[in-house]
Design a protein around this ligand. Structure first.
Ligand code: SF4
Length: 353
């Protein structure tokens, strides 16, 4: 088995294809392992995280595209602008899958473009295109624009205005309003420092499987098990854990200075969401659990807040209005700021004044 990775030099606006050997795939397992390998090959521990010397890496694992349940995830790696240390963020959604269908298992970005660009990965080709018309747009608008240009089915990874301005809490967004984020470590700031606004991927390539029939049969068996055992996650998503966390003293409350919030918490649980603003659920590629929340209220529609977002934008700030937490989530998603870090920063500020 071999994998193909695109090496993109944004400074010279050129690209080449790298072949990842079977030997390397066995030594460095999955998207994380391969990403770390390439980060050390093309980067330096001494590099300034926001300098052209810091690579930005998108990497799939070998299961991507096979249909194996919950395999539709990918990693984004680089030296973190937020911590100045190793940075890796995991995301679900559909981008990794469409990148695979476009013929690539990963992308490595080197250097820095002299002006805003976006990358089109279409049917085994990488094109570096002028992205000035996208600069300043929020992530929902950017996704809609690029899907319209590339045609369906396709998928977009992009930054919002926060990443363009190198906000250290900025992250990388996938799937527009469905809002699957690579949240940790400020990878959006790294992407913005390269003048790289977005990547759109589309293609028809199929993954190699030594015994496709066996993979499909085992995947169907496991998917059935997930549906049977993970029903609560499907019905209530990650917010279904809010009440349990509060009961066990594991919900962030005023910077962990309180242990109980039993009355207020009732209005921000997964069950409360299901009774009020929930309109449906959404899943990453090849996932039968479909834990993503679709919500609609006050003119806002799309992804609802996850457990962690409710914890940091909500309970950690002693804030129990679900629609207001949902509005904050929507704004962070559009600007592409990490909702957890944002909630943590707000809660910290509340201690200061
Ligand atoms: S839908 Fe939920 S459970 Fe399934 S892969 Fe995505 S984040 Fe994980």
């Amino acid at each position: 088995m071999e994998m193909k990775v695109g090496l993109v030099d944004l400074t010279s606006r050129t690209s080449e294809d790298l072949t990842v050997s079977d030997d390397l795939l066995r030594k460095y397992i999955g998207g994380s392992g391969l990403g770390v390998y390439f980060l050390f090959r093309y980067g330096s521990p001494q590099a300034d995280p926001l300098s052209p010397e810091n690579p930005l890496i998108f990497m799939n694992g070998p299961f991507q595209g096979t249909g194996i349940p919950t395999s539709g995830r990918h990693q984004i790696l680089g030296k973190s602008p937020l911590t100045d240390a190793f940075g890796e963020s995991d995301s679900g959604g559909t981008f990794g899958y469409h990148l695979k269908r476009a013929g690539y298992d990963g992308l490595i970005f080197l250097g820095k473009a002299s002006s805003p660009v976006y990358i089109a990965v279409l049917d085994g080709r990488i094109e570096i295109r002028d992205g000035a018309f996208l600069w300043g747009r929020d992530t929902f608008e950017t996704e809609e624009e690029l899907i319209a240009l590339a045609g369906k089915p396709s998928s977009v990874a992009c930054i919002g205005p926060a990443g363009e301005r190198r906000v250290l809490l900025a992250n990388v967004m996938h799937d527009g309003r469905n809002a699957r984020a690579a949240g940790r470590g400020g990878m959006g700031a790294l992407m913005g420092s390269k003048n790289l606004k977005a990547i759109v991927a589309r293609g028809e390539a199929r993954p190699f499987m030594a015994d496709e029939k066996a993979v499909r049969a085992k995947s169907a068996e496991k998917a059935k098990l997930y549906v049977e055992k993970m029903g609560a996650m499907t019905r209530f998503g990650t917010p279904g854990g809010v009440a349990f966390a509060e009961q066990n003293g594991d919900l962030p409350l005023k910077n962990w200075s309180m242990g109980s919030w039993s009355e207020e918490v009732k209005s921000i649980t997964g069950e409360a969401m299901a009774d009020t603003i929930l309109t449906g659920n959404w899943g990453c590629t090849a996932c039968p659990i479909r834990c993503g929340r679709d919500v609609a209220f006050n003119g806002i529609y799309g992804a609802g807040p996850e457990y962690e977002t409710i914890g940091m934008l909500g309970s950690n700030c002693l804030f129990s209005v679900l629609k207001a937490i949902g509005s904050g989530n929507d704004l962070c998603n559009r600007m592409r700021i990490d909702t957890l870090s944002e909630g943590s920063a707000v809660a910290f500020s509340m201690e200061l004044f």
